[in-house]
Design a protein around this ligand. Sequence first.
Ligand SMILES: [Zn+2]
Length: 382
Amino acid sequence: MQYAETLPLADHEVVLTFDDGPLPRYSNQILEILASQCVKATFFTIGRQAQASPEGVRKLRDAGHTIGTHTQNHPLSMNRMKIERARQEIDEGIASVKAALGDDADKSLAPFFRFPGLLRADGVEGYLAEQGIQVWSTDFLADDWHPISAWRVYDLAMRRLEAKGKGILLVHDIHARTVAALPRILNEFKARGYHIVHVVPATADQPPTPTEPQQWRLHSPPENVATARWGEISNVAIADNRELPAPSLSDFDLRGERPIAMAKAVDGTRPAEVRFPQVSETAPENTAIALPVPAQAIFEIPDGLRSAMSYIAPNSRHLKQAGSSAHEARTKPARAHHPVRGRAHLARRPAQGRRGSASVAGRASAPAATSHRSPQVKKRNV
Ligand SMILES: [Zn+2]
């Protein structure tokens, strides 16, 4: 939602992310639902929550999900807080989650981070990049932190996904409404042919998924644009960088004339003369040929038409009125059609399907995910 790049997902690929846990009461139910559908997700955990429920963090790991961090205290001010304080929030958050994970923390904690409230700042992102931590945003939300119904959460998730055709969904594992909406969301994903992609940090065993830079771009060029299929140009060498000779005046076709003077001479005076090409002195041929005079008969008005004109002339006012109502009669149906056409457009939009909607959404304020992709990620369908 904030960056020019997002995950390099294919059409109909979705990444599930859950923020702000673990909160066993809801996180455990989320884990069960995900397990029932054989789906893996990414959890952006809060350090404070990890301290309160270290067992909850280990459950995420044991279930094979990806664990990232989301600060220690979830401050909604990282876009304006001092960098030292922001660093502390990040570092403490990571330390708390690692403490919960125990010995294999380095292996099981992904270098993925999401700003609380997505409230980013350049300086903080710089710090995260130095640490080799990848910043995640999201492509769409389901507003599940608002007091809305589970049905509404489901509805927003589906509408927004359909508008984009792919992307990262951000929901929370700390709300009952999310727990209630999730089974239906997953069922509908499946019914509509979406695939859940599990993102994991690349390792020696799992090398980065090969991607082209444009796949990370939010607005990657369509397939029918040649650059979409061109690889990176590398190691270009200029074999010959000789300078070409400067052209001489004789290279220009001036036909012996001096160049047209500048509009204003350097000393500020007007040039005395501006020479334009000479007018040709060749006389045009056949100047004596004249067209024949039109015959008188051409201007004659037939008797029937003459009487018709004499009838119309005195009634020109009526004629005018008749004309305008005729005009109205012609334009009215067209105007009446406008609402119909408008509705037709609206009605056709969903029917146009993902492709059309996706391009519109992409052009608007489409979200993004990762500004720093220094640690390459591996994706696989689950
Ligand atoms: Zn959050």
